[in-house]
Design a protein around this ligand. Structure first.
Ligand code: GLP
Length: 257
């Protein structure tokens, strides 16, 4: 795992954007795995800016989003498709037919998940997978106790996650309790995982993911087994790590390579 501790949320977004730009420059037809949540919004803003300055084109890329709520139409205000349209898709040159998202209102969710796995495989696999992390250590919507070998499937959200995401829904609005999510096994097959975490609310989850035992209690801890996982953290999200000095030292040394 590469642990990069940065000053603030802006530096995390800029560093993540650099990794995306490098990926797409070296492989213009990259397959990108995308995430939702408040954490990647700053990154998407930087990517849109770089696109508008002519420093990035996503025209050759395909994208696969991690997850979607069950029961929300794609055009619903709180669907992840609406989120992605708002923060990225409508501002860049991705071709609509190369944008892939799980359908939260599919008649047959099991078939939908299986077909999603097929589409990822047919696209040649995911080159760069963006992840956030839940306060309980979830990645995508793989809640604690998810099989570390799981594939794309339907998941029951924990009360904790429902509570954490309540802020996006108005009091009288239906809030989904189920989601379709790429599985942990699916995420582990991606070639490069880029996890972003900012804010002190994520400090405990980050500590368990990086320095705890690998366990389904903290799904993100499985990334300790990933051959190429980069974690970009701000100081608050990194504040409970014990080996901070080593992570800073390693980054410093790597700059001279
Ligand atoms: C949601 C998403 C995750 C995301 C997590 C953290 O539940 N399914 O992909 O990483 O929440 O979100 P935030 O960045 O808003 O803290």
């Amino acid at each position: 795992m590469r642990i990069v501790i940065l000053n603030d949320q802006t530096s995390v977004a800029e560093a993540a954007a650099d990794i995306f730009v490098d990926q797409v420059s070296s492989k213009p037809d990259s397959v990108l795995g995308l995430a939702t949540g408040s954490t990647p919004i700053a990154l998407y803003k930087v990517l849109c800016h770089r696109f508008s300055c002519g420093k990035l084109s996503l025209k050759g890329c395909a994208t696969f989003n991690l997850d979607e709520y069950v029961g929300l139409e794609g055009h619903h205000e709180q669907s992840y498709r609406t989120f992605m349209n708002k923060h990225l898709f409508r501002h860049v040159d991705l071709l609509p037919q190369r944008i892939h998202m799980l359908d939260g209102v599919a008649d047959d969710p099991v078939a939908e998940c299986r077909a999603y796995e097929d589409r990822i495989r047919e696209a040649g696999g995911i080159d760069l997978q963006l992840l956030g992390i839940g306060q309980n250590g979830h990645i995508g919507f793989n809640e604690p106790s998810s099989s570390l070998a799981s594939r794309t499937r339907i998941k029951t959200l924990t009360p904790n996650t429902i509570e954490a995401n309540r802020r996006f829904f108005s009091a009288d609005e239906f809030q989904p309790r189920l989601a379709l999510t790429m599985g942990i096994g699916t995420i582990m097959e991606t070639r490069h995982v880029l996890l972003l975490a900012t804010g002190k609310e994520k400090a405990e989850a980050v500590r368990q993911a990086v320095e705890g035992s690998v366990s389904a209690r903290c799904p993100a801890s499985v990334l300790q087994f990933h051959p190429r996982a980069t974690l970009l953290l701000d100081g608050a999200a990194a504040s409970r790590l014990e080996d901070t000095q080593y992570y800073l030292h390693a980054e410093d040394e790597n700059r001279h390579l």
